[in-house]
Design a protein around this ligand. Structure first.
Ligand SMILES: Nc1ncnc2c1ncn2[C@@H]1O[C@H](COP(=O)(O)OP(=O)(O)OP(=O)(O)O)[C@@H](O)[C@H]1O
Ligand SMILES: [Mg+2]
Length: 255
């Protein structure tokens, strides 16, 4: 069974005038897939992710998670946003524990889980620091640990590395792939960065400008582990850049 099955999905925001963000989206995401959503700014990537996670309602169509219609948030679906938005008054460990706290997990167990997931993201030893004592990349890692601590089956990530510097970003991409390869969670990842998309994905889904539709899908059949700058990845990157350029030109012409 697919992790997500999306059929005829549309979304209109009831603003004045209404904004049609998504239209006729059909998408099937298999268990363990690493899918990247790519597309021009405002094409509805975040909206699509929010609908998959149950944070937003759809206007029409069908969205199934493990065969069941999505209705509200689900603890098996973990979300990571661009900004880790840690609570500044809580230590790193207590930020990571928060989802477990909501579930009523006892303190000692929460502590142990926080330590384990902080180690997984390379933050062992930072448990007692506060968010302001971390770099941007470290805060992002802590945010990922917080999501992983709830042991979701699926990770939905909305430009999670958008706010960190280039080298940190490459490191975070590597770490994410290592995590994904060790546990094979399904990942749906939004980015603007075509290089990031081809490096990470099994499939890149290119969305058209608003209203977002599936414009084209690119399978990324490059064997793993992949190397940045690999010629096959560069060729795919260039092909996707060109497709993205064409749809952006089209959108400009229609304005
Ligand atoms: N809560 C809302 N109310 C009204 N319109 C909204 C709302 N959220 C998003 N939109 C509109 O829906 C469209 C899609 O927005 P969305 O944030 O999904 O785009 P995106 O592809 O994630 O863009 P970006 O790449 O800039 O993050 C935009 O036109 C946006 O203005
Ligand atoms: Mg967005």
């Amino acid at each position: 069974m697919a992790t997500f099955e999306v059929r005829g999905l549309g979304k209109e925001f009831p603003t004045d005038p209404p904004v049609r963000a998504l239209d006729g989206i059909d998408l099937s995401i298999g268990e363990g897939d690493f899918v990247v959503l790519l597309g021009p700014s405002g094409c509805g990537k975040s909206t699509l992710l929010d609908i998959l996670s149950g944070l937003q309602d759809k206007t029409e169509g069908e969205v199934l998670f493990e065969g069941v219609p999505v209705a509200g948030t689900n603890s098996r679906i973990g979300v990571v946003f661009q900004d880790a938005s840690l609570y500044p008054w809580r230590t790193v460990a207590r930020n990571v524990e928060i989802g477990l706290e909501f579930r009523g997990v006892p303190r000692a167990e929460r502590r142990a889980a926080a330590a384990e997931y902080l180690t997984q993201v390379g933050l062992a030893g930072f448990e007692r620091k506060y968010p302001h004592q971390l770099s941007g990349g470290m805060r992002q890692r802590a945010g990922i640990a917080r999501t992983l601590a709830t042991e979701p089956a699926v990770l939905l990530m909305d430009e999670p590395f958008g706010a960190v510097d280039h080298l940190t970003r490459i490191q975070l991409q590597r770490d994410l792939l290592a995590l994904w390869e060790s546990r094979r969670r399904t990942v749906v990842f939004v980015t603007h960065d075509v290089g990031e998309a081809v490096y990470l994905a099994d499939r890149v889904i290119l969305l058209s400008p608003r209203p977002g539709r599936v414009h084209r899908e690119f399978p990324i059949d490059v064997p793993r582990p992949r190397r940045k700058g690999d010629i096959e990845l560069l060729a795919l990157e260039s092909e996707i850049y060109q497709a993205l350029g064409r749809i952006e030109e089209q959108a400009d012409a229609e304005l």
